[in-house]
Write a protein that binds this ligand. Structure first.
Ligand code: PLP
Length: 431
């Protein structure tokens, strides 16, 4: 009915998630509230895992992009499903390690890693350090030497494909802070330099072409470009790179019309291209990593709010204010993100009331402009759908707002996986 089929309407006309009434959730845990359906996360993990078995002889591993949603319970679920994870900070790495996540299945990213983050990674046996720039190459080599370790590395390449929406642009995408450009020869130099570093082993090439991409074509093009580069390296240096990381970016349904492809269609399309190209170039079919973030957790999550003030400005618009804000979901303010919004209390009624949903911070923090919902009343519970990714993980304490808890729903039961902050928590670090 809506963006995913675990959302329904019960006999009371209330929205349900994983069979649980959203208005009851609001009553029990308060609002604003992050709710995630664990089965939706697990299904996404399995879909990616299975796609490697089905289309690529199991020669690959999905790494969850931690930045999309990071907490201890998420790493427990990932470990149980046999996925790895990419981390981009000491904090994400520390969280994963705290629950005993297998370090060899963690890859450390970042365009400006601190020496202490690299040290933490190497000391704990992190599987791969993805090198972003020349100073970092030297830094990682030196830290590995000091620790008397060998660091397994990947080189992050800008493949010249830029895909953020339905379109993608080939060539010219060298203006990015991430990685080494292919077309300027910079990536080639990085490989040359990496091969000279005594404490580094170059296993892999990495690339990531964008986010919320709703078709497979840009990934296929990118995979082919990367294989050409692997071939060039093999020819010029007589050095075989056997692993390729194609990054994340697979799109989800925020709106019904997004109509995303099934998650396993990426490996289906990319595998065929990789096998054909590797055979044409007479090189080994590489082991593949992918880094889905949004698509693993995005559709599992909803944000629940309670409607407070309703303010009609005749002839202009009706503001419906909720008890959440840009502090719990920055995405609309940051880049105009669009969501499906449902009046969870009146979910059986037709969505024919045009509302502009506002947050409660001291900013013009419009959470959604001119969206259609069932006629709202003060006290109704409003649900934003597909909020599982880049929402809680980007939350702030703006206006000294305590961050809401995260509730997981499974088999009709609920549990807290991240506690909500209290006012006391807000004072904890003040001196
Ligand atoms: C290097 C890298 N990998 C993976 C991802 C995850 O992307 P997504 O959540 O769109 O799948 C990102 C997101 O920006 C990224 O920068």
């Amino acid at each position: 009915m809506w963006v995913n089929d675990t959302l329904n309407v019960n006999e009371k006309g209330h929205l349900t998630i994983g069979g649980v009434d959203c208005t009851e959730l609001a009553k029990e845990y308060g609002t604003p509230l992050y709710v995630m359906d664990e089965d939706v996360i697990v299904q996404a993990c399995r879909s990616y895992k299975k796609s490697f078995e089905k289309y690529y002889n199991g020669k690959g591993l999905p790494l969850f992009a931690s930045k999309a949603f990071c907490c201890k319970e998420m790493y427990r679920i990932l470990a149980q499903e046999g996925l790895g994870a990419d981390v981009v900070s000491g904090g994400e790495l520390y969280t994963a390690l705290s629950v005993g996540f297998p370090a060899e299945n963690l890859h450390l990213h970042g365009n400006n890693k601190k020496p202490e983050e690299v040290k933490l990674a190497l000391q704990n046996g992190v599987g791969k350090i993805v090198i972003d720039n020349f100073p970092e190459l030297e830094m990682v080599d030196q830290i590995a030497a000091k620790l008397n370790k060998t660091a397994h590395i990947s080189i992050r390449v800008k493949p010249g494909v830029d895909a953020h929406t339905h379109d993608f642009i080939k060539t010219g995408k060298i203006d990015s802070k991430f990685g080494f450009a292919l077309e300027t020869g910079e990536a080639f130099k990085a490989v040359e330099q990496a091969l000279l570093c005594k404490n580094l082993v170059l296993d892999e090439l990495h690339c990531h072409i964008g986010s919320q991409i709703l078709d497979t074509e840009p990934f296929v093009t990118t995979a082919e470009i990367m294989l050409d580069f692997i071939y060039e390296i093999q020819t010029k240096f007589n050095y075989k790179i056997t692993q390729l990381n194609l990054g994340g970016g697979f799109g989800i349904n925020y709106k019904q019309e997004d109509n995303r492809p099934p998650f396993d269609s990426y490996m289906e399309a990319v595998s065929a291209a990789l096998q054909a190209k590797a055979s044409a170039l007479n090189i080994v079919v590489p082991y593949i990593f992918i880094e889905p973030g949004r698509s693993i957790v995005g559709e599992s999550g909803i944000n629940l709010y309670t409607i407070g003030a309703i303010k009609e400005i005749p002839g202009i618009r009706t503001y419906v204010s909720v008890d959440g804000s840009m502090a719990d979901n920055i995405r609309p303010a940051l880049y105009g993100a669009e969501y499906t919004v449902v009046n969870a209390t009146q979910a059986a009624n037709s969505a024919d009331f045009k509302a502009t949903i506002s947050g409660k911070t001291c900013e013009t923090d419009t959470l959604q402009e001119n969206t259609l919902i069932a006629k709202p009343a003060v006290g109704d519970i409003l649900a934003f759908l597909s909020t599982g990714a880049y929402t809680q993980s980007m939350a702030s304490n703006y206006n000294r707002t305590p961050r809401p808890p995260v509730i997981m729903v499974k088999d009709g039961k609920t549990r807290v996986v991240v506690k909500g902050e209290t006012y006391e928590d807000l004072l904890k670090l003040d001196v």
